[in-house]
Write a protein that binds this ligand. Structure first.
Ligand code: SDX
Length: 428
């Protein structure tokens, strides 16, 4: 028999609400019947205290800095897995057998091309269009090329999941080529996932291109680290959009739009811009830490703080270690990395940050590596989207396969005028 919580209301009503306990011991009060039984709803702007679903995909222990994908610690996946194997794990709920992984990889390889007509969309964008605008637009447009293969409403078509995994790198690389005025590079079926992306980004039709194995390995790790993160803003968006049973291309396009924001995936671009601002200002890190503590300054330490992690973001630790290795391998001495380390040191020893439990998050160091790889700053969030794609697909699939799934439609508390009437101009 599950436990119940008792809610005593001002009018004397007592409502019994079931308590739900997850596999990691998290507990929630199930308020599904609250309004029917009491006419009350709950209010939680930002949903900091509100669970939207039961999910078996990812678990975060924010107090202890733990991140598990289908129960496996990300440290193990970064050490032993690949981005595509991790994507299979997230989407299908288990690690693939060798033959399954080979087939998953080969199916993705064979879907990396885009309809030739899609190239025309790129001509319509200004050269300086933000690549996230291009990514969202082109991904959504794919729904017009695969109209008959949306799968039945009760399923996320496997083929469309493969198409999304396969084509997003091509779409992203072509957005970069458009911005630099270089010819689009077609994917090569002889290259593995990350090599293929780097080839389409930095290869040229006039010479051979061999991506540096250290860069390939670092990219694969970065994509694993970004692959999923519970009900973050963009994943919640994908689930909400999927709840109206719209097609997967539109769902993923909505996730890309939500990720773009500076408070979410857009922070990795803002971190580099912040570090460059500190560098231009003479590297006075202490001054910026003080500014971040002053709410009226309007300045925040980008890449710091997290809704869930009140300890180190485990992803930031791994990326920071990768930073040193990749920059050393590429013989890049980036002063921004020194500024970032000094900033981290200053903030972590400052009472304001300690009291508010603000630690570096996934975005704090990732931009340093992307910059060393030659990725333009405004495409850092595109890299985040490439990583987060399997998580979005996994959550859309989990939602779709939930037998009692309903369209997401939150309530509100109205604070507007109780009754008003239309008035002609001379009475307004
Ligand atoms: C991602 O949800 C996810 O899982 C996201 C993500 C994922 O993988 O999907 O992990 C990816 O989005 C990481 C976060 C990237 N964003 C940034 O780095 C932007 C800077 N960080 C903040 O804007 C903020 O910390 C958030 C948005 C990340 C979290 O916001 P919350 O949980 O709503 O917290 P808050 O804004 O209410 O801040 C709590 C307090 C406030 O002070 P008080 O009002 O209590 O006085 O901490 C302060 C804030 O002013 N604060 C900061 C700060 N972040 C929070 N002060 C200075 N610098 C900061 N970075």
């Amino acid at each position: 028999m599950s436990e119940t919580a008792e809610l005593k209301l001002p009018d004397g009503q007592v409502v019994q609400l079931p308590v739900v306990e997850g596999s990691a011991g998290e507990r929630a009060i199930d308020i599904a019947n609250l309004r029917a039984e009491s006419k009350y709803i709950t209010l939680d702007p930002g949903f900091g205290n509100t669970g939207s679903c039961l999910s078996s995909i990812t678990f975060i222990d924010g107090d202890n800095g733990v991140l598990l994908y289908r129960g496996i610690p990300i440290e193990e996946l970064c050490a032993h897995s690949s981005f595509l194997e991790t994507s299979f794990l997230l989407i299908n709920g288990r690690l693939p057998k060798k033959a399954e992984l080979e087939s998953f990889e080969s199916e993705i390889t064979r879907h990396t091309m885009l309809y030739e007509d899609v190239k025309n969309f790129y001509d319509g964008f200004p050269r300086d269009a933000h690549p996230m605008a291009i990514l969202a637009s082109v991904v959504c447009s794919l729904s017009s090329f695969y109209q008959d293969e949306q799968g039945s409403p009760g399923e996320v078509s496997y083929l469309n999941s493969i198409r999304l995994m396969a084509k997003l790198p091509t779409i992203a690389a072509w957005a970069y080529k458009r911005s630099v005025g270089q010819p689009f590079m077609y994917p090569s079926n002889n290259l593995r996932y990350c090599e293929n992306f780097l080839y389409m980004m930095f290869g040229l039709p006039v010479e051979e291109y061999e991506p540096d194995p250290a860069v390939v390995e670092a990219l694969d790790t970065l994509l694993i680290l970004h692959a999923d993160h519970e009900q973050n803003c963009s994943t919640s968006t994908v689930r909400l959009v999927r709840s109206s049973m719209t097609n997967m291309f539109a769902c993923i396009a909505s996730g890309i739009c939500a990720l773009w924001g500076s408070r979410h995936g857009g922070a990795n671009q803002e971190v580099i811009e912040m570090l460059e601002q500190i560098q231009e200002d003479g590297g006075n890190v202490k001054k910026f830490v003080e500014m971040a503590k002053d709410r009226d300054s309007g300045f925040r330490l980008m890449g710091f703080g997290h809704r869930v992690y009140k300890n180190f973001d485990p992803r930031a630790k791994i990326i920071k270690a990768k930073c040193d290795k990749v920059l050393e391998r590429l013989k890049v001495a980036d002063p921004l990395l020194d500024i970032a380390k000094e900033l981290e040191e200053a903030a972590l020893n400052d009472d304001y940050f300690k009291e508010k439990k603000l630690y570096p998050n996934v975005d704090f160091y990732s931009g340093i590596i992307y910059k060393a790889m030659g990725i333009p700053t405004n495409a850092f969030t595109v890299m985040f989207a490439l990583g987060r794609l399997p998580g979005w697909i996994a959550h859309a699939k989990e939602y779709t396969e939930e037998p009692k799934n309903r369209i997401g439609r939150p309530r509100q508390i109205y604070t507007g005028p109780e009754s008003a009437h239309w008035l002609p101009f001379d009475q307004r």
